[in-house]
Design a protein around this ligand. Structure first.
Ligand code: FPP
Length: 253
């Protein structure tokens, strides 16, 4: 199985400060359909090209030393698409997880699925379970695949679970802190993303990581997702590193 050789780019030449790499990068991989349409191709080809881009970005993130990479693969709202497109996305996801599993595992990547598994097709549910189980002890890059994920439904899920604990006397309402709340999110145990990237020029979160992205820096790039490559990733990180993160406070200088 192919073991990745760390790429030897000189990051300093690309304006990357290797000591200030975000720990958690989250990506809204948007624009597969438009990429294909612009080329006069079916949307399915755009999604396939999106998988290729994902491969490159997983490797690039690993090379940069990013610890958590969260990708928005399918939202709770994506079920509204025509059935044929939903079918294509589901089988691509299934194929990606099954085909990449051995290589990701060989490279110490830990695969985590964020989202409501119960509503996924059985074969995809099974592929997700196998991938999570096989890689659960890996200590390298954590690849969070947000699949049938929605920020609002994630928050509702947490509220319901906490309400039940209060009702059953396990928890007192006064004990509900941000930490308690976060322990009921799909991202339990992950730090907040310092950086959320969206491709294809659209400027919205689309129900992605609504709680977790409260203080994330957001970078919007014009390229459609299939065109987002290693070079684009480095530019995005360099852009992020120029930001002044104040978290509601004031800048030191
Ligand atoms: C947005 O493009 C992308 C998605 C709905 C899902 C992302 C899917 C992939 C990158 C391919 C498969 C993913 C994995 C993890 C195997 P769009 O269809 O919304 O594009 P548009 O806005 O141009 O129509």
């Amino acid at each position: 199985m192919k073991v990745w050789k760390k790429a030897t780019d000189d990051f300093s030449k690309k304006n990357i400060d290797i000591t200030r790499i975000p720990k958690h990068l989250a990506i809204i991989m948007d624009g597969n359909g438009r990429w294909a349409q612009k080329k006069g191709l079916p949307r399915a080809i755009g999604h396939r090209a999106g998988v290729e881009a994902l491969r490159e970005i997983v490797r690039g993130s690993n090379d940069l030393g990013i610890k958590y990479l969260t990708i928005y693969a399918f939202s709770t709202e994506n079920w509204k698409r025509p059935q044929t497109e939903v079918g294509i996305l589901m089988s691509l996801l299934n194929e990606y997880i099954r085909k990449e599993l051995a290589e990701l595992h060989a490279n110490n990547v830990k695969i985590c699925i964020l989202g409501h598994r119960e509503d996924m097709p059985a074969d995809l549910r099974e592929a997700c379970a196998t991938a999570s189980k096989k890689t659960s002890d890996n200590t390298g890059l954590v690849l969070n695949v947000a699949l049938n994920y929605g920020g609002r439904s994630e928050i509702l899920k947490a509220v319901k679970e906490i309400a039940l604990e209060v009702k059953n006397g396990i928890l007192d309402a006064d004990q509900i802190t941000e930490e308690v709340f976060e322990s009921h999110l799909f991202t339990k145990g992950c730090p907040e993303p310092e950086l959320v990237v969206r491709t294809s020029g659209e400027m919205r979160l689309s129900n992605f990581l609504l709680w977790q992205a409260a203080y994330s820096e957001i970078v919007i790039v014009d390229e459609c997702w299939p065109d987002f490559n290693r070079e684009s990733l480095l530019k995005t990180i360099s852009n992020y590193q120029k930001r002044d993160r104040r978290f509601g406070g004031i800048s030191e200088c």
